[in-house]
Design a protein around this ligand. Structure first.
Ligand code: NAG
Ligand code: NAG
Ligand code: NAG
Length: 395
């Protein structure tokens, strides 16, 4: 991506798209509830059923949450709608005060947000332990159905992202959109979406701050969720953890059949917590929109002034925006004042090298040699294969 950024800068053509590895960019159309492309400055519509998230900056991102107040995520996964920090994408607008803290991390393989708030204001039932949303779901059409995600973080343009995951409950969320891949880490593995009971800290390790901090940081790349490395004679191999679950499905013979997949011993933590660096804090991400304009079912009559563009989404046509390579000092938008302008220093210390707890029964060995071409197809483990097969049938 860095090379692509240089290329853009040298040619002066902002619309040249970076070359992305296979599996990173979504190739389908936007879901039918969505505008055809990310759009700033759309009319307030708190009844919207649009499902397009854009994840561009600490003050310009969206979440999926229920359309109807008092809903549990687990009951409404297919129906969640987009709620954005600003009027955009025809989505609902997140009222000021809802989000009480966010860490916005840019890494070489993904953009990740970790946040706190009062998500009863986004219709999640008080006390709901939440659930996991991703572009797969029961029918393969996504949870929510037709839900889509874009980001400008990878190359300064609004790129549709194939693999993403959002965990949200009544007071916390974590969201990852996978913007890169190599022969070791596919986007699908880096946004692995089948560990839905494990929680944010396990699946998306990072520095989880108490409410009150709003920061944008660069960060190291985590291992894909559930991966644990072992180095033997200089060769790194990975074992993986697959979430344990049992269930019953009705097979082709019409008979109910029970199944069990995954590991019976659950590791207590990710292998390590990636460090953050170059953190820039922001005092608030308020949009300044009066709460009276954002009541349940509120619908505006015209776009609100001042929201027709944003620093992070002015991605088409300005040379300055083309330099937003992940992790570069330029940040992701035309106006980079909030991003990567200097170091507040690392805020996190990794626990690299900590051996995960749990018996070895929890880890299925798979040898992944970097020297052998490292095709990630080869990483599909016994436990994962059975999990994928079962989930493909049943989820
Ligand atoms: C939108 O989401 C659907 C369902 O996950 C997917 O098939 C399609 O490729 C996505 N399109 C874009 C542009 O992200
Ligand atoms: C608001 O959203 C609803 C549901 O998507 C839609 O039917 C309606 O046309 C929208 N209203 C406006 C003014 O955009
Ligand atoms: C893929 O990227 C990761 C993270 O930067 C790195 O550790 C790994 O060596 C890379 N794999 C290959 C084959 O370059």
């Amino acid at each position: 991506m860095f090379f692509a950024a240089l290329l853009l800068a040298s040619t002066g053509v902002a619309s040249v798209r970076a070359a992305f590895p296979a599996g990173v960019i979504a190739t389908g159309t936007q879901g039918v509830t969505n505008p055809p492309a990310p759009t700033m400055g759309t009319i307030i519509n708190q009844t919207s059923v649009a499902r397009l998230l854009s994840i561009n900056a600490i003050d310009d991102f969206c979440l999926f949450a229920p359309p109807v107040a008092g809903s549990e995520i687990a009951d409404t996964e297919g129906e969640e709608v987009a709620w954005c920090t600003k009027p955009r994408n025809n989505a609902r607008v997140i009222p000021d005060g809802t989000i009480t803290g966010v860490s916005f991390l840019k890494t070489d393989f993904y953009v990740q947000l970790m946040g706190t708030g009062d998500f009863t204001q986004l219709n999640i039932a008080a006390g709901d332990e939440g659930g996991e949303l991703d572009p797969h779901g029961a029918t393969g059409a996504g949870n929510p159905v037709g839900g889509n995600v874009t980001t400008t973080i990878a190359d300064g343009l609004d790129e549709p992202i194939a693999e993403w995951m959002l965990y949200i409950d009544d007071n916390q969320f974590c969201l990852r959109a996978c913007t890169n891949a190599n022969s070791t880490y596919s986007a699908a593995f880096m946004c692995w979406h089948e560990l839905d009971v494990m929680g944010c800290e396990f699946v998306m390790p990072g520095t989880y701050n108490a409410p009150g901090t709003f920061e944008t940081c660069d960060a190291d790349v985590a291992y894909p969720p559930g991966w644990y490395p072992t180095v033997v004679d200089g060769t790194t191999s990975f074992s993986t953890f697959a979430q344990y679950f049992t269930g019953v499905y009705t097979g082709n013979d019409g008979l109910p059949t029970s199944y069990t997949v995954g590991d019976t011993v659950t590791p207590s933590s990710a292998y390590f917590t990636p460090s953050s660096s170059n953190c820039v804090t922001t005092s608030s991400i308020s949009n300044g929109i009066a709460s009276s304009l954002l009541t349940a079912d509120a619908i505006g009559t015209a776009p609100l002034p001042g929201f027709s563009s944003s620093t992070a989404t002015a991605a088409t046509g300005s040379l300055a925006t083309a330099s937003g390579a992940t992790g570069s000092a330029a940040g992701a938008g035309a106006g980079t004042s909030k991003q990567a302008t200097g170091g507040a220093g690392a805020t996190s210390t990794g626990t690299s090298g900590t051996t995960p707890t749990g018996s070895s029964a929890a880890f299925h060995g798979a040898r992944i040699g970097y020297g052998n071409g490292g095709e990630y197809a080869g990483i599909a483990l016994v436990s994962l294969i059975s999990a994928v097969a079962a989930i493909g049938l049943l989820h």
